[in-house]
Design a binder for this molecule. Structure first.
Ligand code: PLP
Length: 368
């Protein structure tokens, strides 16, 4: 039996609907912005029950646009967890601001204790990441920030959070701005790139809409210098099809995760499953556990045709790219220890119950 990590061949097996929608789109000539883009934005607004949505061409641009819209720039500091995708740090640096790396907790989310220790007068924003599809307590962060004199913005990196929930709130809708991605490794997949922002403030929304389209007020008038960050209508069509399947795929991934949790929990402390709060709906973009003898286990699973990944073997603050952002003896012990034993197992919606049980039993066998 094979247990593949990647499921995209299955996700896009049936292309009939896509080609038929694309052919309408091509006849419509609406290739930049236009009705397909606005329709998707309206669907997202409804799904997330949020005030404003701006689609952009990927999650990285969503983060960059969010930070720029609240004036993050030189001499500002932005806090982020050290275990996240590179784009979270890349977007901060692209604004001219300094990334301040924060340690993680036992659920692999930003460590709240370390976070509040690192707030300084220069802190302009915090980017809590919904890492892997689980969530940090953004509402708690938001409440605690009220006691600071200067406004500290919360930009949620919800790139893996679409379809999730935490204490009845949806990732990306709690802070000031939420950034999302439609990359093929998230919940709703484009066949390439796509992303969007949720925004609460009208002024910020108006600015983002302009900046994404060259700062244009209309064809002949430019209000601000902007960029082209527009999402492709071709991808909007794909994403709107994907959105129809979102709640079902979250359900299926959670079923798979439950089976894995159940079988693997008997392997403690060889396998450590993070705490899963009952009020959290994880999107399981990444099913992560900590394992003993990781390299040996990975080789054993590969031999049994089970594909695995590591997210990530090197935390951001130890990357070469971060050498100008941190001092030589800077350390974040929890993330460094997790980097040595984290393992990501396939848990996607196209796995059968049989495949999931096969994988879990192979892991069991490895330790006995
Ligand atoms: C995927 C991802 C991004 C970047 O999104 P892209 O659409 O690939 O640019 C940023 N942050 C996190 C946490 C992600 O998972």
């Amino acid at each position: 039996m094979k247990v593949p990590y990647n499921y995209l061949d299955k996700e896009f097996q049936n292309t009939t609907v896509l080609f038929s929608e694309w052919s309408k789109l091509i006849k419509s000539n609406e290739f930049t912005l236009g009705k397909y883009v606005y329709k998707l934005e309206s669907q997202l607004r409804k799904y997330l029950n949020t005030k404003y949505v701006v689609s952009v061409n990927n999650g990285t641009d969503a983060l960059l646009l969010a930070l720029k819209s609240i004036n993050v720039g030189q001499n500002d500091e932005v806090l982020l967890p050290t275990n996240t995708f590179y784009a979270t740090a890349g977007a901060i640096v692209a604004t001219g601001a300094k990334p301040i790396f924060v340690d993680v907790d036992d659920r692999y989310q930003i460590c709240l204790e370390d976070l509040f220790k690192k707030i300084s007068p220069k802190t302009k924003a915090i980017i809590p990441v919904h890492w892997g599809g689980a969530s940090p307590d953004v509402q708690y962060i938001s409440n605690k920030l009220k006691k600071y004199k200067n406004k500290i913005y919360i930009v949620e990196d919800a790139c893996m959070g679409l379809g999730g929930k935490y204490k009845n709130k949806k990732p990306g809708t709690i802070g000031d701005i939420g950034a999302y991605s439609f990359h093929p490794l998230k919940t709703v997949n484009a066949i390439g790139d796509g992303g969007f922002l949720t925004i609460k403030n009208k002024r910020v929304y108006d600015w983002c809409v302009k900046y994404r389209n060259h700062g244009m007020k209309d064809r002949d008038h430019i209000d601000i210098w902007g960029l082209n960050m527009r999402m492709q209508p071709l991808q909007c069509v794909v994403v709107m099809e994907g959105l129809k399947k979102l709640d079902k795929l979250i359900f299926d991934r959670n079923q798979n995760a439950k089976i894995l949790d159940q079988i693997l929990s008997s392997l403690y402390p060889n396998v450590i499953i993070p705490q899963r709060p009952p009020y959290e709906q994880n999107t399981f973009c990444l099913y992560m556990v900590r394992v003993k003898k990781r390299n040996k286990l990975i080789r054993y699973l590969n031999k049994n045709k089970i594909e695995t990944k590591i997210h990530y073997p090197i935390p951001l603050h130890l990357q070469k790219a971060a050498k100008d952002n941190v001092s030589d003896n800077f350390t974040l012990p929890k993330s460094e220890s997790q980097a040595k034993d984290l393992l990501t197992l396939p848990v996607h919606q196209y796995l059968t119950k049989k495949q999931v049980i096969y994988m879990a039993n192979k892991i069991k066998k490895f330790y006995f």
